[in-house]
Write a protein that binds this ligand. Structure first.
Ligand code: HEM
Length: 517
């Protein structure tokens, strides 16, 4: 008979032997296919730095939907199939984020939900944020989203040419107010030394600096982390100056907005907000107050501001602008959406959230525009925590996992004529798969309910009172070739979009729109 201790030792030895064997077997398997590469630098010269989702989709025609590239030994796995991405990326072992030296360590954005490693700090932030952003709780944001859509119409009535700026401001304002309880009555409203337009501007500028840094492989220092120690004056160390500027702006935003929220709580004019309600509660027993406040600060900062703007404002602005682009590209679809709005809402009032369930063609058109061009075509990369074997290939621990959402949306097996803009694919008894624009598994977007509500009310309001046409400033019809920016959040490149009132009655509705609430 074995003593129990001996049994434990035996089980432990067998387990270790099994793991070593599995590891050996795993590494004896081939890596997924991909471009061949060179000694030492591997695929450095293959790596596409601009709109990488398009060349990756081309590669997948040769190498298949699960591809592997390597840059100086860093394994990167690109997935172009929805089924593979959703089955792998929903697993806990695929739920880490890449360690990005540039954006994480040098710019110091690692504590945000978006970039935090899969661990206790991330779980705590995700838990408290989810409480406010889940399907049921996010209903609380609808009145303010409706108000901001109405204010946007008033702005478009006066300055129709500045529609992108106006949309970005409206979304940014709404997220700031709901996150921090800072009341914003105009772009010049001030809180904690910042005006509202400062917040929107600062966030936009920070976003511009960091947006490429979130895409793995964009900076050498991510491949050679030791480069972060070279001094700023050293030739080629421009990335260090960039990082310093972004870090300062980021800290300014995260700390400044959090302090402003604390002040707003004690003012007479205080508004309900995510930070306010979290600060008023005790927090989890296992956390000190200091740890709890740190968690709230970064959770809030992840919704608006720095990476924040990546998460919230920029992606929603991109989706609304892409929707408007599709309306000028496909005027017949625009007419059908407006006919549905006229039938359900009529021309004597503006749309509300109560109309949403009765507007299936508009909902289908929103889904199709998200499929037509996803705001984050390469999602946000995950990182694999342990070795894995997939479809007979070895995926090494530490691999960066990039879902090519754009390629998934253009997959002919999934979508009939994917290049065609066809909202009808989302209607009828067997609707097409919704594009995975909100990502995968445990790291999937926290703002899905909030942002789909914002997209709905914004585009429904605009199309109920305005016509959009592909016309230049002189009112001449022009042909548009849709084009999109590269980078992490991809926006439509500027396109001619003439916004005109549908009728004189529309102008009256817009002016009265906020007082009717
Ligand atoms: C149309 C608009 C939006 C799109 C397309 C979008 C897309 C995404 C994607 C692709 C991810 C990464 C998912 C993954 O790792 O697999 C993500 C993460 C995230 N999103 Fe969004 N997002 C949008 C709007 C928003 C808004 C409005 C908020 C906040 C109010 C938000 C908050 C977040 C947060 C906090 C994360 C990080 C989740 C984590 O790492 O645990 N997003 N989003």
């Amino acid at each position: 008979m074995f003593a129990p201790e001996a049994l434990y030792v035996l089980v432990a030895i067998l387990s270790v032997a099994f793991l070593i064997h599995r590891r050996r077997r795993a590494s004896a398997l081939p890596l997924p296919p991909g471009p061949r590469g060179w000694p030492l630098i591997d695929n450095l010269f293959d790596w596409p730095f601009e709109s990488a989702w398009i060349p990756f989709a081309e590669w997948s025609k040769v190498f298949g939907d699960l591809m592997h590239v390597k840059i100086f030994g860093l394994h990167i796995v690109i997935i172009c199939s929805y089924d593979t991405a959703s089955s792998l990326m929903s697993q806990a072992s695929y739920s880490d984020r890449p360690i990005l030296t540039m954006v994480g360590k040098l710019m110091n954005f690692t504590p945000s939900i978006v970039l935090a490693p899969y661990g206790e700090h991330w779980k705590a932030m995700r838990r408290i944020t989810q409480q406010s952003l889940n399907r049921t709780s996010s209903i609380a944001f609808l009145p303010s989203q409706l108000l901001d859509a109405r204010l946007l119409l008033q702005e478009l009535l006066v300055h129709p040419g500045n529609y992108i700026g106006a949309i970005r401001y409206a979304l940014g304002k709404n997220i700031i107010e709901n996150t921090y309880g800072i009341r914003i009555t105009s772009p010049d409203s001030e809180a904690s030394g910042f005006t509202a337009s400062d917040y929107v501007k600062l966030s936009r500028e920070t976003h511009e600096v960091i947006q490429n840094a979130v895409v793995p492989g964009s900076f050498f220092v991510d491949v050679f982390p030791a480069l972060r120690f070279i001094p700023e004056w050293f030739p080629g160390a421009g990335f260090k100056r960039l990082a310093r500027v972004a870090k300062a702006r980021g800290e300014h935003m995260v700390d400044g907005a959090f302090d402003a929220a604390k002040k707003a709580m004690s003012s007479e004019d205080s508004m309900a907000s995510l930070v306010g309600s979290l600060l008023s509660s005790e927090g989890p027993k296992e956390m000190t107050r200091e740890e709890y406040e740190y968690t709230i600060k970064w959770a809030a900062g992840s919704l608006y501001g720095v990476l924040l703007s990546l998460a919230g404002t920029e992606s929603t602005t991109s989706s609304i602008t892409t929707f408007l682009l599709t309306m000028v590209l496909f005027p017949d679809v625009q007419k059908r959406v407006q006919a549905e709005l006229d039938a359900v809402v009529g021309r004597k009032r503006l749309p509300t959230f109560d109309d949403r369930a009765s507007l299936p063609y508009l909902e289908a058109t929103i889904k199709e525009s998200l499929r037509f061009h996803p705001p984050t075509p390469l999602g946000i990369a995950h990182r694999l925590i342990e070795d894995d074997i997939v479809q007979g290939y070895h995926i090494p621990k530490g691999s960066i996992i990039m879902p090519n959402i754009w390629a998934m949306n253009m997959n002919e097996k999934q979508y009939d004529h994917p290049e065609r803009f066809n909202p009808d694919r989302y209607l009828g008894p067997a609707p097409a798969l919704e594009s995975p624009v909100f990502g995968f598994g445990r790291r999937a977007c926290l703002g899905v309910h909030y942002s789909t509500a914002a997209i709905f009310i914004t585009v429904a309001s605009i199309l109920s009172v305005f016509d959009l046409r592909a016309q230049d400033k002189d009112g001449k019809d022009v042909q548009i070739e849709p084009a999109f920016t590269g980078g992490f959040v991809s926006h439509p490149k500027p396109f001619p979009c003439k916004i005109t009132l549908r009728s004189q009655e529309s102008a009256e509705l817009i002016k009265a729109g906020t007082s009717m609430l």
